[in-house]
Write a protein that binds this ligand. Structure first.
Ligand code: UDP
Length: 239
């Protein structure tokens, strides 16, 4: 661990949608490039980085259901979509000189390693960025739940949820111009005020295991590094 940070190991959750850039679909090379640079700054500090990436830019189980695809089938399609995103990030991180492993909750040995907790921890200890693909491997879950679960399993110090908004607000800042941002808030307050941080399964997992969450804007240059360095005015800390 470096003296510049309190974090030894972080789990970074990125949504698939964010990876798509303004179009909302597919993978935007400019976003990949930006994310890789931001992640490298943190890796270079000696922080161990694990990543969970969503699949919403390619496929979501629920939307599949609306188009006539069975929910469970759609969820598996969504999980496979996360592997595509994980591979894209892997490739980009390696281009920027980082060592990486993709570990999938659904076995696909020609493409990536199967998820084995002890191996994931070993990779992290060796300084490799570990990207968890295929969600939890089970339908009816989300990649937010995957982020909470994997973070607990690998004993990460914090879940950093990168979004398009720079924290948790009193109301939706896109709709309500008077909304203000919390710099810190308790799990109980988030729950009581029904603030939208993560789905309840993901949120409860963190709460029950005393795992703090920081919500921040991953598209704001330098914010990931600032958070890792302990800047309490970037994002919202939920603990
Ligand atoms: N999914 C799933 N189980 C998991 C994780 C994901 O079934 O453990 C499926 C689910 O259909 C979800 C899709 O994968 O809609 C993509 O994940 P998510 O919607 O969480 O991606 P994001 O919104 O972060 O882009």
């Amino acid at each position: 661990m470096t003296s510049q940070t309190n974090y030894k190991r972080i789990l970074l959750k990125l949504s698939g949608e964010a990876l798509a850039g303004p179009s909302g679909y597919n993978i935007d090379p400019a976003i990949l490039e930006q994310y890789s640079k931001e992640i490298k700054e943190v890796v270079d500090m000696g922080v161990q980085v694990a990543i969970v990436i969503g699949g919403g830019n390619i496929f979501r189980g629920v939307s599949g259901e609306r188009s006539g695809i069975d929910r469970v089938q759609g969820d598996y399609m969504g999980m496979l979509a996360t592997v595509i995103n994980a591979m894209a990030i892997q490739s980009s991180l390696e281009k920027h000189g980082m060592y990486t492993r993709v570990m999938s909750a659904i076995k696909m040995e020609q493409v990536c390693e199967p998820y084995v907790r002890r191996r994931a921890v070993r990779h992290l200890e060796k300084g490799r960025v570990v990207i968890f693909g295929a969600g939890t491997g089970s339908p009816y879950f989300t990649t937010d739940s995957t982020a909470s679960l994997r973070a607990i399993e690998i004993e990460a110090d914090v879940v950093l949820k990168g979004t398009k908004v720079n924290g948790v607000y009193t109301a939706d800042p896109m709709k309500d111009p008077t909304a203000t941002r919390y710099t810190t808030i308790s799990f109980d307050d988030v729950y009581e005020k029904k603030l939208n941080v993560m789905d309840l399964t993901a949120f409860t997992l963190c709460q029950e295991n005393d795992l703090p969450i920081i919500v921040f804007n991953m598209n704001e240059t330098g914010s990931l590094l600032r958070i890792v360095k302990g800047d309490t005015d970037t994002g919202t800390l939920i603990s």
